[in-house]
Write a protein that binds this ligand. Structure first.
Ligand code: ZN
Ligand code: ZN
Length: 301
């Protein structure tokens, strides 16, 4: 494919990308010219099957719309591996249907040589010991990304909508976020244990730790009423976190059930504080120290 130079207006000024792009935000993967060339190639192919039904052409405009998140190396390799029937390399223009799994897709691609249909996914899946094939990598990463960026599913869905990327349901997004959350929590706890042992070995007689707490809502001078707070302790020698605590005054599931008069369903409740927000700070310090004590590493002076 030849690289086009930037387009210019008659007066010689360069056209901005926006001038060149389709203003309906409905930009296809290929320009009109490139697309018709690709279709032409497909139609002129002497081995092309079902020319009468014209499947590839009609399905092309119906299916390959908008944008997708693709693991390029994996996808290219799968296309190269080719047809399950005759091993002829596959072309994306032969896609006859697409099944969405969150942000991942499985494309059914028709071989232009033998007509066999081969399924190719847009990215790798994780191994699941129970069920064999686990969730798609891209969906797992989404859970981590939502937590890392600190945004909710509504904001992410609106970003994808503008980008013209098909989105997953908010319920599924919450699921992947929760799955990532528990994995990150376990990792944080394991890391703290390792650092605490290291700190204890480097300390001569007692542990020297620094401590600070913070709240998610800033105190205004009059009100110090944040609904949640967090704290961490850092070792003097390792300069790493040996313990942390998070406190929350509310839980959405509990609140909704209580307001509607229903019994509270069994859930991973994070409401663990009923006092004032300011009092969270000493309480979290005590929590962390008690946890360290329980681990049997705490050294009395
Ligand atoms: Zn084939
Ligand atoms: Zn709750």
């Amino acid at each position: 494919m030849e690289v086009k130079s930037r387009q210019r207006f008659k007066n010689g000024r360069f056209k901005k990308k926006m001038d060149v792009m389709d203003c309906n935000n409905n930009v296809d993967l290929l320009s009109e010219e490139e697309k018709s060339n690709e279709l032409q190639m497909f139609e002129n192919n002497p081995t092309s099957p079902d020319k009468a039904t014209n499947i590839a052409v009609t399905e092309y405009s119906d299916i390959l719309q908008g944008r997708r998140i693709i693991d390029l190396a994996y996808f290219a390799k799968m296309l190269q591996q080719g047809c399950a029937g005759c091993e002829e390399p596959l072309q994306l223009v032969g896609c006859v249907s697409e099944r969405k799994y969150g942000l991942a897709s499985i494309f059914q691609i028709k071989c232009h040589k033998c007509g066999n249909i081969t399924s190719i996914s847009s990215g790798k899946r994780q191994n699941d010991e129970k069920n064999g094939q686990g969730p798609f990598d891209v969906n797992v990463k989404l859970g981590v990304a939502l937590l890392h960026a600190g945004i909710g599913e509504a904001i992410f869905a609106s970003i994808l909508a503008i980008m013209n990327i098909p989105c997953m349901t908010s319920g599924n997004m919450k699921k992947v976020e929760r799955r990532a959350g528990s994995a990150i929590e376990n990792l944080a706890k394991e890391t703290c244990d390792v650092i605490l042992k290291d700190e204890a070995e480097k300390s001569s007689d007692s542990l020297s730790l620094s401590y600070d707490a913070g709240w998610q809502k800033r105190g205004s001078g009059k009100n110090y009423n944040s609904l949640s707070g967090h704290a961490s302790m850092i070792g003097l020698h390792t300069k790493k976190v040996v313990g942390y605590s998070v406190m929350s005054k509310t839980c959405r599931k509990c609140d909704v059930a209580t307001k509607s008069g229903n019994t509270v369903p069994d859930h991973d409740c994070r409401k663990n504080w009923g006092g004032s927000s300011k009092a969270m700070e000493p309480a979290m310090a005590v929590n962390i120290l008690n946890e360290i004590k329980e681990k049997g590493i705490f050294k009395e002076r």
